[in-house]
Design a protein around this ligand. Structure first.
Ligand code: SF4
Length: 735
């Protein structure tokens, strides 16, 4: 593997500046001063790249117009498990932030890494660095309780009608809280009030003993749309704003990719052009970008519109906001258009949707090439225009309310409650507007069209039709919303190359061809050839013949699991494959297997550890989410069994739309998209095996396409250099 060539060769690139030198010295001092941290050549090389990147970028607004273009610097660093990457980026980045008078913003994909940084790595570093620094964890405001809403619910001055506005339109599976009785809700909110009063609970949803259902939590979440901020009578004791103060005084902020993207322009996190940004678990960035900018609207259930209109008229009337009188007309127009659209969608796609009844997940029909039938075009455009007008009306009332609260602080409690009533429903309007706009968006020449699709589900006695839209190129989205602002960034992960190259990730992340980018891979301290064996185990059946193949894999798994002495992980690509394997297990093995679909993740992992520590055999059967980010060192995972190559799910409408567009422009989606994406996933899955320098592990893959096809050989190139072995269908070594 060679480092990616970069276009970032500005004059003076080879000159080591004083800033860079002192940042790297800070890293060396920390390593030297700690018995816990071991210096590794890959780690030091990474620290040197971080120091170089963060010392060179220009931060903040230029003081002088004649200064020319500010310098940008972005490092993409693949650093495998064991490199110690958090120290390699934290020490030089923090030293530089302190000397440059700026802040470090670290964004991760998982809560587990956030917790490791805040509870372990950063406190250890703070004890070793000569200059003090403060760090804080940033979470979305919806994870904190809004005391105003909670008090209102528990105080009995509210029948909960507005706050539970969504509950009667629940999808059942998505918002299970809708099924809660009024008594259960009141018990839950009463417990929250008691926890706050007694000091046993700090207002953070994650600090509750068990995660609450979305339907229970959402009415009391501290969302921005329902919050009047410093005008709120409880502002001085607000949990969210208390936490936010910690962020203001911190030099290091730990956030997540989702929050990073939703906070752009919201002044919660440091400005992207004036901080040192670290994106750890960077391989998740493209997927997060697509999820963040996808949108959907419900075409069938519209009662929320009537509620929104009546609140807007009532509150607008109190405040003499003339535009408010228009709200009922606009809401009624929207309501009618949504219902018309629902009927039209069923006219056009009804038979396609009905054919899928009984299949896994809601029936879905996608508009080929992002082109909607003509019949839908006009109502969608009308919907977008009407939703925008209603949004303006609601915003005018919200603005008048904020002004009134400012002028009449003695009425703040009552007025803030009115604000919350409107604010609870406004996000639904925003989402409908965003979906309608993306659905009618016509791509410019050469621009990729959005993926557009419709779903239909039976919820209670109703048929619920929804319209969905999503961008298909995460790179474009990230370039527009993130990279256009960023000056100094390090993107890192254990897996950023695909089939041995950075190209795929750079394209997905919107960094390909960016002259500010330097991409390097730093060496792992692991001796993969000595520590691990990668076994390609043949099956008689072709993996494309699902039923026969799943049965063969189940048989082979039973044979190989019999060799496990402590802990192991088996990864499946579909629920069906998992089900077949579980059903095939003999009674003697059923007891040693923990199945992802049968237990909550935390419970399952705890039980697995307990069993292995007690000297018992324990094997986890999981799917995609267990293939990434799971750290099971030593005896906890001595074998990884990969049932099938982890291609993207065949029913992903965004992937389908993207492949279709690539074909339409004469490109090859299989080689350009499917193979590299699968290679990254396979490397992640295989990466669960070796977690420390003393681990020894086996990785089994039962997909014979790995050795029998050209693309299989490309996939193998992206794996660590394990010792390779081939088994035939009877489990005998054949090569
Ligand atoms: S400041 Fe906002 S989030 Fe905090 S209690 Fe008041 S309304 Fe709720």
């Amino acid at each position: 593997m060679t480092d990616s060539p970069t276009a970032g060769t500005a004059a003076g690139d080879n000159v080591v500046t004083e800033l860079e030198r002192s940042a790297l010295q800070a890293f060396d001092d920390v390593v030297a001063g700690s018995g816990d941290f071991r210096s590794r050549s890959g780690q030091r090389r990474m620290a040197a790249q971080v120091a170089r990147t963060f010392s060179r970028a220009t931060l903040g607004k230029p003081e002088d117009d004649d200064e020319g273009e500010p310098e940008r610097a972005i490092a993409v660093i693949q650093a495998g498990t064991g490199v110690g990457k958090s120290l390699a980026y934290c020490a030089p980045a923090i030293a530089l932030a302190l000397s440059r008078g700026t802040r470090v913003l670290i964004s991760t994909a998982t809560v587990a890494l956030q917790e490791q940084l805040v509870n372990k790595d950063l406190p250890a570093l703070a004890a070793l660095m000569p200059q003090p620094f403060r760090f804080a964890l940033a979470k979305g405001r919806g994870r904190y309780v809004c005391k105003l809403k909670l008090n209102r619910l528990v105080g009995g001055d509210d029948d909960g009608d507005e706050l539970f506005a969504d509950a009667d339109e629940s999808d059942g599976d998505v918002r299970p809280g809708a099924a809660h009785t009024q008594q259960a809700r009141m018990q839950f909110y009463g417990d929250l009030v008691h926890g706050l009063a007694s000091g046993h609970w700090n207002g953070d949803r994650d600090a509750l003993a068990a995660p609450p259902d979305a339907g229970l939590w959402s009415p009391v979440a501290a969302e921005s749309r329902s919050c009047t901020g410093r005008h709120c009578p409880l502002f001085g004791e607000c949990t969210y704003y208390e936490k936010r103060k910690e962020l203001v005084g911190a030099q290091v902020i730990v956030a997540n990719h989702d929050l990073l993207m939703s906070s752009i322009g919201a002044r919660l996190l440091p400005e992207l052009d004036n901080c040192l940004l670290v994106l750890d678990e960077g391989h998740r960035l493209p997927a997060t970008a697509l999820e963040k900018f996808a949108c959907a609207m419900d075409l069938s259930r519209t009662t929320w519109l009537d509620k929104l209109a009546s609140h807007t008229v009532r509150i607008g009337g109190l405040l003499a906001v003339s535009e408010a009188a228009d709200a009922p007309r606009l809401a009624s127009q929207m309501r009618q258009t949504l219902l018309d659209l629902s009927r039209l969608v069923m006219d056009v796609y009804g038979s396609e949707l009905k054919e899928q009844a009984g299949a896994w997940g809601p029936p879905r029909a996608r508009a080929a090439q992002g082109r909607l039938p003509e019949a839908l075009d006009e109502p969608l455009r009308l919907l977008a225009v009407t939703a925008e007008s209603l949004m303006d009306t609601v915003s005018a009332v919200g603005k008048a309310l904020r002004a009134e609260i400012r002028d009449k602080p003695e009425e703040a409690r009552h007025l803030s409650t009115l604000y919350a009533q409107i604010g609870m429903l406004a996000p639904r309007l925003e989402e409908t507007l965003a979906a309608a706009q993306l659905l009618v968006h016509e791509p410019a020449d050469g621009e990729a069209p959005a993926a557009k699709w419709f779903t239909c589900a039976v919820v209670g006695d109703f048929i619920v039709v929804k319209a969905h839209a999503s961008p298909i190129l995460p790179g474009d989205t990230l370039r527009t919303h993130v990279w256009s602002s960023v000056r100094a960034a390090v993107v890192t992960s254990a897996t950023l190359t695909s089939c041995g190259e950075f190209d795929f990730f750079l394209r997905e992340a919107g960094l390909h061809g960016d002259p500010a980018v330097t991409a390097i891979e730093v060496e792992s301290p692991f001796d993969f050839a000595a520590q691990g064996r990668f076994i390609t185990s043949e099956t008689a059946a072709d993996p494309k013949e699902a039923a026969a193949f799943n049965a063969d894999v189940a048989k082979a798994l039973i044979r190989d699991i019999g060799q496990v002495e402590h802990g192991a992980l088996a990864l499946f690509t579909s629920r069906e494959q998992l089900r077949v394997a579980v059903e095939a297990l003999p009674a003697s093995l059923r007891d040693v297997v923990l199945v992802q679909t049968e237990l909550p993740r935390t419970v399952l992992l705890k039980r697995h550890r307990e069993r292995v520590e007690a000297g018992e055999v324990s094997v986890i059967f999981g799917m995609q989410s267990f293939g990434e980010g799971l750290d099971l060192p030593g005896a906890l995972c001595e074998s990884v069994f990969i049932a099938k190559l982890p291609f993207s799910p065949p029913d992903d409408p965004v992937g389908e739309a993207r492949a279709e567009w690539l074909r339409a422009v004469g490109r090859d989606p299989f080689n350009e998209l499917v193979v590299p994406a699968t290679a990254m996933r396979l490397a992640q899955w295989a990466g669960r095996a070796i977690r420390t320098e003393t681990d020894k592990a086996f990785v089994y893959c039962y997909d014979r396409r790995l050795t029998r096809t050209g693309y299989g050989k490309r996939l193998l190139r992206g794996l660590p250099p394990f010792t390779r072995v081939r088994h035939d269908a009877q489990g005998r070594v054949v090569g």
